[in-house]
Design a protein around this ligand. Structure first.
Ligand SMILES: Cc1ncc(COP(=O)(O)O)c(C=O)c1O
Length: 160
């Protein structure tokens, strides 16, 4: 997808405990990268999870150099509570992180429903693009999801 939009991509090695934050700095110095795309918790396919120290270092580096972070996080929802490590999004005070997750791993991949959290102007832009690309998500999967949550908790009110 990135290549089809004409973007250059560079890969970082993933070690037992995830990427090495200072390698982001090297990439920035060599290529002036503008964005990193990370799957910090139970990374697919290695299963590695970034420690809190590495997360803080990534936030420090990216804040200093204005590097946007896309945090792709569909797997923390299936982790165990005693292994909880805060998301990059929750450590970010500057609006650098776009957080994305999905119902694919906890409910059904066929619904094609996920979500994104980030600064309002970015979300507005993405919502406009999505509207232009697909005129909005299909109603039936949204309806199915609404009924599923209503089944779990009938006090819930979801507006779709
Ligand atoms: C890290 C990661 N992000 C995203 C996805 C895809 O999620 P979705 O089904 O919501 O497109 C996967 C699917 O395997 C994944 O491993």
């Amino acid at each position: 997808m990135f290549h089809s939009e004409g973007l250059n991509t560079f890969f970082l090695p993933v070690h037992r405990d995830g990427i090495e934050p200072d390698e982001i700095l090297s990439l920035y110095q060599k290529h002036r990268i503008k964005m990193i795309f990370l799957n910090p918790t139970h990374q697919n396919p290695t299963g590695s999870t970034l420690s809190i120290e590495k997360r803080n270092r990534i936030i420090d580096i990216c804040s200093k150099y204005g590097i946007v972070i896309v945090e792709d996080d569909p797997y923390s929802l299936i982790g165990y509570d005693d292994n909880y490590i805060p998301s990059l999004k929750s450590l970010d005070s500057q609006g650098l992180v776009l957080y994305i997750s999905s119902l694919s791993k906890i409910l059904s991949s066929g619904l094609r429903i996920g979500w994104i959290s980030g600064p309002q102007p970015v979300i507005q832009r993405i919502a406009d693009l999505k509207q232009q690309l697909d005129f909005g998500h299909l109603t039936y999967p949204n309806y199915t999801l609404r009924n599923y949550y209503y089944h779990l908790d009938s006090n819930i009110t979801l507006h779709i």
